[in-house]
Write a protein that binds this ligand. Structure first.
Ligand code: NAD
Length: 250
């Protein structure tokens, strides 16, 4: 942003939530943005988004219809970090990208963006003889499992290996029998206030790699979403990801 550029007017959807509160707080420290409105469940019906440049959505998957209805007549860009959407809700987000710029990411941390590239490289280099499994831990309030980030990491391994995703995903519980080749297991723990931890294990014979990212504070996601909002303002309609904002090659 140059000295003459006006600040980007953002609206925060899900503003009262754990993430929404951090975005509001981090936006106050970001001179490139102005907080035009905060929306949460109670006031969602009464909000006018007509002069908002970018809506940052960290509400819940169930609020997707309400969000898109509210955005409907406006030209506002959408940056969404919400995870756990159904295929129907994903299709509705994709339809919005036909008429306005939309950027979604299951994880707005720069570290996870780089982890995803490293995981693709490692899975491709090590080849199918190395068994890939994904383990994640989050706070007790998280509503979906496995996390959107774990699913994205699984998709990265599958892409690197020529597997289908989520078709080759396995949840290991009960009498599973021996591990099937060309599958990727996911496992989740929930407890306390853990902001988010992900490990991709690549098990060889006699050695293994453990590629781990640990978030110790939600502000990393909030700052990433604000960076995405600064990047997307004024772009043409279309679907974007964090890899468009941060130069990471997958
Ligand atoms: P939260 O439950 O603390 O907050 C969600 C907020 O949405 C609540 O304040 C709730 O009242 C509000 N809400 C619910 N229905 C609404 C509606 N119809 N209209 C407006 N607001 C509504 O959840 P959280 O921990 O802040 O996480 C929110 C989402 O962000 C989850 O999907 C989570 O997985 C995801 N998340 C993504 C990232 C990322 O980097 N992409 C990081 C953390 C969390």
């Amino acid at each position: 942003m140059s000295a003459v550029d006006p600040a980007i007017r953002i609206g925060v959807f899900g503003a009262a939530g754990r993430m929404g509160q951090r975005i509001v707080a981090c936006a106050a420290d970001d001179p490139a943005v102005v907080l035009a409105c905060e929306v949460d469940r109670a006031d969602a019906a009464r909000v006018d988004l007509s002069d908002v440049d970018v809506v940052i959505d960290f509400a819940v998957a169930e609020a997707t219809d309400a969000l898109l209805e509210m955005l409907g007549p406006t030209a506002a860009a959408l940056v969404s970090g919400v995870t756990g959407r159904t295929p129907g809700q994903e299709a509705a987000i994709a339809a919005r990208a036909e008429v306005a710029p939309v950027l979604t990411a299951a994880n707005f941390s720069v570290g996870v963006a780089v982890l995803r590239a490293v995981v693709r490289h490692a899975a491709r280099a090590l080849g199918p003889g190395w068994d890939a499994e994904i383990f994640e831990t989050h706070h007790r309030g998280k509503a979906d499992a496995p996390s959107g980030t774990a699913l994205a990491l699984g998709a990265d391994v599958a892409a690197a290996r020529g597997l289908t995703w989520p078709g080759d995903r396995r949840v290991r519980d009960g009498r599973t029998g021996a591990r099937e080749a060309d599958t990727i297991g996911t496992a989740a723990l929930r407890g306390g206030d853990v902001a988010g931890e992900h490990t991709v294990f690549l098990f060889g014979d006699g050695e293994r790699l453990e590629l781990t990212h640990r978030a110790s504070h939600r502000d990393i996601f909030a700052r990433g979403a604000l960076r995405a909002a600064r990047w997307i303002a004024g772009r043409p309609a279309g679907r974007y990801g964090l890899e468009d904002v941060i130069a990471v090659e997958y």
